[in-house]
Ligand binder design. Structure first.
Ligand SMILES: [Cu+2]
Length: 433
């Protein structure tokens, strides 16, 4: 199985920011139909709701041109792969001209890849008179030929995709540039790409093209007179009318909707993203683009954006017990038989809590369910003021003797501490073994 499919999240399980924002604009676009899901290679990618991941996936598969490319699975996708001992580091760590270098953990990119620039993919919440923005920041970037750019994913369900006919959009990359794309990636991950061809690269996020999630990279030093035609016009890009018509087609309920989305043509048509402006400035922040469009970039309400969508509780497969709930770092969590389900209090404090530290969330954060977690996650306030996470009504605890992800030293201790299934039911096993 290729990693693209493996890592295709949908809006439904994708986390918080995108979901809540998308819901605001997409309320009327639910109920995807079979027709909609059939990806057509049209200038307008269908890109809302359940169609999102499919559109992105289709684009990426096309980009690769060979979804059975086994070799890429060994390219160190998780960024921590030590390899099988037969590949040299340079072979496994190379930045592929089509696939780039996806790193599941942005903090674990090998030292051999040194990015020259960084771009963040993120979401800004909606304001009273403006939609949510899905954006690359900076939105305009000038690099030298051969420079490596790290794209850092701060919120769920984005891609970094070349505007290229093989991926369904007009060519807006230099001649000879590959139809590159990242997989659909989520918070905490990164994707690296080397820009080898001088010229103008227009890039988009496939799931969020309709939201105007596009950017421009200028490679090398260009003369205004030699700019390619596509850098002077946005007429070949989906217009507001195209995007609205496409979105309205998706559901009868959408008929006559006016879509507040920033449009691809609207973004790339700004003076701020003029290729010469980018070249002079070096970087053009997204705030400058939205200001030119009469909006204001609203910062996400709290915390570093990279943490907003991080799952609080995940599912991890254990060789003996199967799928279990674990905390954000992968450490096993347990329930306590002395607790009362849904009581909103904990029977474990003091010394007990030293041995069994509660899984807590900071501030006003809501716990976020990772892929496969079907238990309802809630919180209550402990006597200490900390907010402890519950799953299916059971307060969750770590065990202090567990040292690494996968450890289940706490299972069956005193016949009262138990691991939990993804739906939050305790797994009570015979502790004699
Ligand atoms: Cu996106």
């Amino acid at each position: 199985m290729g990693f693209v499919r493996h890592d295709l999240p949908t809006i439904e399980n994708g986390g918080t920011m995108t979901r809540s924002n998308a819901e605001k604009t997409d309320e009327s676009t639910e109920e995807p139909t079979g027709d909609r899901l059939g990806f057509e290679r049209r200038p307008l990618l269908k890109a809302v709701g359940a169609g999102t991941a499919l559109a992105a996936g289709a684009g990426i598969t096309t980009a690769g041109g060979d979804e059975d490319d086994e070799s890429h699975e060994d390219d160190g996708y998780d960024g921590t792969d030590e390899g099988d001992g037969t590949d040299t580091a340079s072979e496994t760590r190379e930045i592929h001209p089509v696939y780039g270098y996806p790193a599941r953990d942005a903090a674990a990119i090998p030292d051999s890849i040194e990015p020259d620039h960084e771009i963040t993919l993120d979401v800004a919440p909606p304001g009273p008179d403006q939609p949510p923005f899905l954006y690359f920041d900076p939105t305009g970037l000038r690099v030298d030929s051969g420079d490596v750019v790290q794209f850092t994913f701060a919120s769920p369900d984005h891609t970094v995709t070349a505007m290229h006919p093989e991926i369904g959009l007009p060519q807006r990359v230099p001649d000879g540039a590959e139809p590159f794309s990242s997989p659909v990636q989520g918070p905490g991950s990164a994707w690296l790409y080397r820009f080898d061809h001088e010229g103008v690269y227009d890039i988009y996020c496939a799931p969020h093209l309709d939201f105007g999630m596009v950017m421009r990279v200028v490679v090398g030093t260009l003369e205004e007179a030699e700019l390619p035609e596509y850098a002077r016009t946005v007429e070949d890009l989906p217009s507001r009318e195209d995007v609205s018509a496409g979105l309205n087609e998706m559901s009868e309920q959408n008929e006559g909707c006016e879509w507040p989305n920033l449009m691809p043509a609207g973004i790339l048509g700004t003076d701020a993203l003029d290729a010469m402006t980018i070249q002079r400035a070096g970087t053009v922040p997204f705030s400058a683009v939205v200001e030119e469009l009469g909006y204001e970039l609203i910062e996400a309400p709290e915390g570093p954006p990279s943490e907003v969508g991080e799952p609080t509780v995940r599912v991890r497969d254990h060789p003996d017990y199967g799928e279990l709930l674990v905390g954000p770092e992968g450490m096993t969590v347990y329930m306590f038989d002395q607790d009362t389900r849904n009581a909103g209090e904990s029977a474990c404090s003091g010394d007990c809590a030293d041995a069994w530290p509660p899984l807590t969330v900071d501030g006003d954060r809501e716990p976020v369910a990772g892929d496969g977690v079907t238990a309802d996650l809630e919180t209550f306030e402990r006597d200490t003021g900390e907010r402890q996470v519950t799953a299916n009504g059971w307060p969750l605890y770590y065990f202090s003797r567990d040292e690494e992800p996968g450890d289940v030293q706490g299972q069956g201790v005193n016949d009262v501490w138990w691991v939990l299934r993804p739906d939050g039911t305790p797994l009570r096993t015979d502790s004699d073994d």
